[in-house]
Design a protein around this ligand. Structure first.
Ligand SMILES: Cc1cc2nc3c(=O)[nH]c(=O)nc-3n(C[C@H](O)[C@H](O)[C@H](O)COP(=O)(O)O)c2cc1C
Length: 245
């Protein structure tokens, strides 16, 4: 190393996000929700602490990541791990915390309750379902990781069912997602019990899809003579739009 030459530490992903991406997002008149992932509790907390004093509206904690210290089992598959990571994040976070649940569990209600008792301000679900593809010509796994996350319309009925179960198991608000590609799809989630919806995969087909979905929901409400969207939240389990089950 020659004298006078500075040692440059490579910028971490969170450094680049804070310096480059946050100022870009803050130019727009919109709320900013940052999705946080980690492979250990410490990694989650590093990111949460780093974002504490940034102009970020909410944090969404993705607990579908493998926990390296527990042999790679995702945090989100064990209710005790969900409760403890929620508590740890809430102790450091300055923004409201949304816990994003994994659908790769037998009972989503237990996961939802664990996040609520850990202090979560809201829940979002579902993350991707674990899938696998075999390349039959090579007779081996199509994906280098062997398994991959299944998203899009195929998972929607599973997601609607889980949003219904989770939203009836807790008092905190639920954000529904999983295969939403139209206003009709989004309405199903609201009627199942979601207070808001989120769109992932459909953006790859149409980057303007969220605006179209919001417009379509407004048109539906107008056609039904409903003034406030909150009136339809959870109506499926509450007698339906016209008071019948
Ligand atoms: C390409 C891709 C990347 C994703 N990355 C993340 C991520 O970083 N964090 C996360 O919580 N979920 C992630 N997800 C899951 C989505 O946010 C969403 O929960 C899931 O795909 C179901 O919604 P959708 O069918 O509308 O995509 C990703 C999904 C896809 C397809």
């Amino acid at each position: 190393m020659s004298p006078g030459r500075a040692i440059l530490r490579p910028a971490s992903v969170i450094d680049v996000f804070v310096r480059r991406d946050l100022p870009f997002l803050q130019k727009y008149d919109t709320r900013i929700i940052v999705n946080v992932c980690g492979h250990s509790v410490e990694e989650y907390l590093d990111v949460v602490e780093r974002l504490a004093d940034e102009n970020v509206d909410m944090l969404e904690i993705n607990i579908s990541c493998p926990n390296v210290k527990e042999g790679g089992i995702a945090f989100g598959t064990d209710p005790r791990a969900i409760e403890s990571i929620t508590k740890a994040v809430k102790a450091k976070a300055k923004q409201p915390v949304i816990m994003k649940l994994s659908p790769n569990v037998t009972d989503i209600r237990k996961a939802a309750k664990a996040a609520e008792s850990g202090g979560a301000d809201a829940l979002s679900l579902i993350n991707t379902l674990t899938g696998m593809k075999i390349d039959i010509e090579r007779g081996t796994f199509a994906l280098a990781n062997r398994t991959g996350g299944l998203s899009g319309p195929a998972i929607r009925p599973v997601a609607v069912r889980m949003v219904y179960e989770a939203s009836h198991a807790v008092k905190i608000p639920v954000i529904g997602m999983g295969g939403i590609a139209s206003a009709e799809d989004a309405l199903e989630f609201l009627m199942a019990g979601a207070r808001a919806v989120s769109v992932g995969t459909a953006n790859f087909h149409d980057p303007c899809i969220s605006v179209k979905i919001a417009d379509g929901i407004a048109k539906f409400l107008e056609r039904k003579g409903i003034e406030d969207v909150n009136e339809i939240v959870g109506c499926a389990g509450n007698g339906g739009l016209y008071g019948t089950v």
